[in-house]
Structures are given as structure tokens and as C-alpha cells.
Write a protein that binds this ligand. Sequence first.
Ligand SMILES: C[S@@+](CC[C@H](N)C(=O)[O-])C[C@H]1O[C@@H](n2cnc3c(N)ncnc32)[C@H](O)[C@@H]1O
Length: 402
Amino acid sequence: MKNNNSKTHKNVNTDKRGSGLESLLHSEHIVDVEKLVVGGDALARIQYQDKSLVVFIPLAAPNEKVKIKITHVEKNHLNGEIIEILSASSSRRPPPCQYFTACGGCSWQHITEAEQVLQKELILTDLLKKFIPEHQYSLLPTVNSPKCFNYRNRIQLKQLGSEIGYFKKGSHQIVDINSCLIAEDDISTKIPELKKNLRPSKEIRKFEIRINHLNQIEHYPIGEDGEGLSFSQVNNQVNEQLVNTTLDLIKPLNPQFLTELYAGAGNFTFPLLRELTHTQIESVEMNPKLTAFSTKKLTEMKLQKRLFAFTSDCESFVSRRDLSNDLILLDPPRSGCSDIVLSKVIEASPNCLVYISCHPVFLARDLKKILTSCPEYKISHLQIFDMFPQTDHFETLVLLSK
Ligand SMILES: C[S@@+](CC[C@H](N)C(=O)[O-])C[C@H]1O[C@@H](n2cnc3c(N)ncnc32)[C@H](O)[C@@H]1O
């Protein structure tokens, strides 16, 4: 939908010298919101001279008319903030969390979960249209989260002085909180307790509160890289569905040999070994804390003959080992797979490739690279798992098969 209603309320400098977009700073406009985008903002357009300019607006909802003020001017787009909602979207609702508008933890509490899911599907299909326009796929119904709140089994907070909370969106200012509505109850109630007991800090400190695999609450400081002690999926119920669906896809393929890259602590590995009793798996993970966990488990389960768990970065692993030409499972971090990993996966050209992604932009980019080199692959399964309600994040499961 294109916006033809854009009205400039302040005088925009349109003289010859002022053809740069800077003159739009602080100008006010009435816009129609088209959709939500990666990062969580809403997208609208304003007409300026002969250009249709994209403007990103936090806290707007799809299909509403809002009056905005331009807050930032970038080379190719603008940022704006809502001054007034002129016609509210039917999906708009009062955000359930008291900290929502200030806190950068969630981006979408102001719209219903049904609309959130719709927007996630639109984000994915828009990206696939852009990156792989010539490929066919059907997007299966999204797997919703049984819990829309209180679903996170771990959260990462920041502390400065005696304030603890998340950063305000786009800043390093802490929004002081006493609870977190998306965290499991036991974690949320730990926040005020921690506040009382933590020594005030002069510098920003980051720490994680989690329910560990023994169902105990623990908290510990985390490093500069923002990663906690180890990676684990944050939403147990959706993770279970993601693992089960992945198993359902792989079981009928019955691979003899499977390469699993970015294996973590074996979230997929152990269920696969349990279900595929004749399959050998080579799993690769670079975090030694995670591989220590899987090595201990594989010894306990006496799986040494069927699982070879490597502590290595995937880049060096793929440079020295042959990958399965049966089935490769990829579950990379948000930034997707590196070029070297993708080129070796393409070279191995397995019969089937399972890609689990937590960032749709990098998923679309990687699919384009794979499908350009191996056009014989079909997208035989494509599905969103709504692992992170109230935010713009989601997991996508893709099966490519020849
Ligand atoms: C999205 S997580 C998936 C983990 C696991 N599959 C799961 O479901 O819990 C990505 C994992 O890749 C690991 N990782 C990131 N970059 C890596 C690299 N270059 N080589 C090997 N592992 C990497 C991270 O430590 C993390 O455990």
C-alpha cells in the first residue's frame, strides 16, 4: 500500500541548496503505516520532492494513520516518532507491561499476538521475495507459543548503580525494572531480590538470570560478547515443538551419516540419536562449555560409536573434514553462516539440508547463496516458530531437498 496522504505540516526547505534530506528533520507528517519490519519498527512512506521516502516509526501498528515527527535523517531513510494516533489499528492494544514504552526488551507489546504472527510471516515472505524471487515455497502455518508471556527461561539484564533492567531502545540508559513479563515467574520475582542484594556498580555490568537444566534459578555475570555461560533456547515449549518437527522431517530420510553444524549442547543431537538408531552424527560447536555438556551426556548414554562431538569453529572444521552428502543440519547464530561454511556445504551438496535460523535477513541471504549454486534444491518445508512473542524475533525451520 502506498501512502498518498502524506502532508507536510512544517515548511520543508525545498530550495535548490536544500535538496538533502536534512531539511526534513523535525518536520511533521501524517502517514499510513504499511507494516512492521525487522528490528520492530513500523514502516510508512512520505513523499518528498520526487522521492518516496521510507520512514521507520517505533510503537506504530499496521494499517493505522498517525501523525509523526521526523527524529533522524539517514542517507536512505528517515526515523520518526508518533505525535498522535489519528486512526488506530484494530490490532492495537494497551501494552500489558508497565515498562513497555521505555524498555528496549520488547518491541511489539502494543499489538495483539495474532497480528504479531501475521507480521512475522510477512517479514519472512517479503525477504524471500526479495532474495529468491524465482523459488517456489509454501509457508506452513506458524507454530505459536503456548505462552505469550512468562515464557523466557533466561534473561540478560544490566546494572548501573543499584538500578537493574534492560537498556532503553537505542541507548545505554538502563530502564530500572522490578519484574519482567516475558520472563518465567520464578525469574521475574528474582529481580527485586537481586536488586536488594547486588553491590551497587559504578560501571555497567551485565548478568544473566536463568532456570538451569536442574530447574534451579541461578544468576551470574556475563562477558562483553553478551553471551551467557552457554547458548540454550529460551522458550521451552516452542523449542520442544521445533525439535519434534525437525525430527519428523529427518526421520523418514533416515540418513546414515549426518553433519550437524552449530550444535550447541546437543538440543537436536540427542533427540536425533534417540530416534535414528542407525545414524552416525558428527556435531560441531565452538563453545567448550557446551561441548563439555554434550560429551558428558554422550558418555553417560554410551553413544561414543554414533556421536563424534567436535569442539571447533565450523570454519576450521569444514576446511579439514568432509561433510555428509546425506544430510547437513545448520543452526547458526543470528549472523547466519560464514562464506567458508556455506561454500563447503554447497560443495558437499547433501541430499537434504535443514536450516534453522533466528534471523530472517541472514536466512534469506544464505538461502540465496545455496539456491544459486544448487538450483536443484526445492524448499520442501518452511515454517516459523514463534519462540519470542512480544518481540520481532522468531525462528524459521527450512528443509531443502533435491
Ligand atoms: C543458534 S545457537 C544453536 C545451538 C543449538 N543448535 C541449540 O539448538 O541449542 C548457535 C550456536 O553456534 C555456536 N557458534 C557460533 N558461531 C560458531 C562458529 N563459527 N563455529 C561453531 N559454532 C559456532 C554458538 O556457540 C551457539 O551454540
